[in-house]
Design a protein around this ligand. Structure first.
Ligand SMILES: *Cc1c(COP(=O)(O)O)cnc(C)c1O
Length: 386
């Protein structure tokens, strides 16, 4: 009871970190946590329900992407999908070359996979971005070498919300005969992505970023692209990803996808309006603020601010006292780093950069939530500046 009350009084604006699982998703999962516990690999009919449920989820996800069910492989989430795509693509094609192109603002699941490959002798070009966080297709083209085998650029950035020019980047990769991977963890199920239109070979997604359960995601592997197993063992997932399937998780992800796509257009419109309202209100009511990321090519729910002369981590704590959940420069970079690498890369002015705050909305965020958040922001930014 107490925790539910707390929930009701809380304004949750950290949906890029994780989302609340919806009731419908929970209800869809329940049978697979209770009576339908059969192993999907067993021969007797008891496992059949699990098998069918997994295939139903695969079909829903494939349809949402314009892909074939045989191109969807379930994983434990975004980090595993990124590791799999990058390490295994690099390994499979190493006889053609050992050079990879990525950006400096990728998630650590991509950056650290690339660093690992560098330790193994690969070379990685880390492309910079402009002040709005945009990777330049021209720079990507210029970075291509004879021995380049993979380009990995995120669909949209988790901190500043910028949507990258994936169409052009994918085309460059295709023309050069290079694989193209995109970490679409922030974009998938938030904005439309159709792999029949986009030249994407590999795509990572994660359920807990779109109101599904934690610990489940998938990797899309375009038909004809040879990517070996990352997790070795049993023959699950067409022999490509071993391990007894997370049936409930997969079912929950399927349901979350179904829900996300059923009202995507209206949700995008609503979230964008509310997000713009938040950006404008903060810009008008709080002096000394800059907005990070691209003005229009950004995720509907993302707002990223930098306030002059304050510390973002302290602001997060003060907002929390008012029941507002938001995130500082980076959720993954607690510790000595005061400014996140993404904020540094977009050259946010030095007196603003440490005062970075991200607020990320979702489909159920209300105008009243935003008003409460701005009131708290106004008061606490002033307090910290005093
Ligand atoms: C959250 C996130 C990941 C990691 O996904 P997990 O499912 O939490 O492992 C990877 N990339 C981006 C862009 C993310 O936002």
């Amino acid at each position: 009871m107490i925790s539910e009350q707390y929930n009701e009084n809380r304004v949750y604006l950290d949906n890029a970190a994780t989302t609340q699982m919806s009731g419908e998703v929970k209800r869809a999962m329940e049978p697979y946590l209770n009576q339908n516990f059969g192993n999907a690999s067993t021969a007797y009919s008891y496992g059949e329900e699990s098998r069918d449920a997994i295939e139903k989820a695969r079909a829903i996800i494939a349809y949402s992407l314009g892909a074939k069910p045989s191109e969807i492989f379930f994983t434990s989430g975004g980090s595993e999908s990124d590791n799999w795509a990058i390490k295994c693509a690099a390994g499979e094609y190493k006889h053609f070359g050992q050079h990879i192109i990525t950006s400096r603002i990728e998630h650590h699941a991509v950056l650290n996979s690339c660093e690992y490959l560098e330790e193994l002798g690969y070379e990685v070009t880390y492309l910079g971005v402009d002040r709005e966080g945009m990777v330049s297709p021209e720079a990507a083209l210029a970075a291509v070498r004879k021995d380049t085998t993979l380009i990995s650029i995120m669909f949209a950035n988790n901190e500043i919300g910028t949507i990258e020019p994936v169409m052009q980047l994918g085309k460059i990769a295709r023309e050069k005969g290079i694989l193209f991977h995109t970490d679409a963890v922030q974009a998938y199920a938030q904005i439309p992505i159709d792999v029949r239109k986009y030249p994407i070979d590999l795509l990572s997604a994660s359920a807990h970023k779109f109101h599904g359960p934690k610990g489940v995601g998938f990797l899309y592997i375009r038909e004809g692209v040879k990517i070996p197993s990352f997790i070795h063992g049993g023959g699950q997932e067409s022999g490509k990803r071993a391990g007894t399937e997370n049936v409930a998780g997969i079912v929950g992800m399927g349901k979350a996808v179904e829900l996300a796509f059923s009202d995507m257009r209206s949700r995008i419109r609503r979230e964008t309006m509310l997000r713009n309202y938040l950006l404008e209100k903060v810009s008008h009511e709080i002096p000394g603020v800059c907005i990070n990321g691209h003005r229009s090519k950004r995720l509907p729910g993302n707002a990223s601010f930098s306030f002059r002369g304050i510390d973002g981590a302290s602001l997060v704590i003060l907002l929390d006292e008012d029941g507002i959940c938001a995130s500082g420069g980076s959720a993954c970079n607690t510790g000595e780093e005061r400014v996140s690498y993404v904020i540094r890369e977009i050259q946010t002015p030095e007196d603003y950069a440490p005062g970075t705050l991200r607020m990320t909305l979702c489909g159920t965020t209300t105008r009243a939530d935003v008003d409460r958040a701005v009131e708290s922001l106004k008061r606490n930014v002033a307090r910290l500046r005093d």
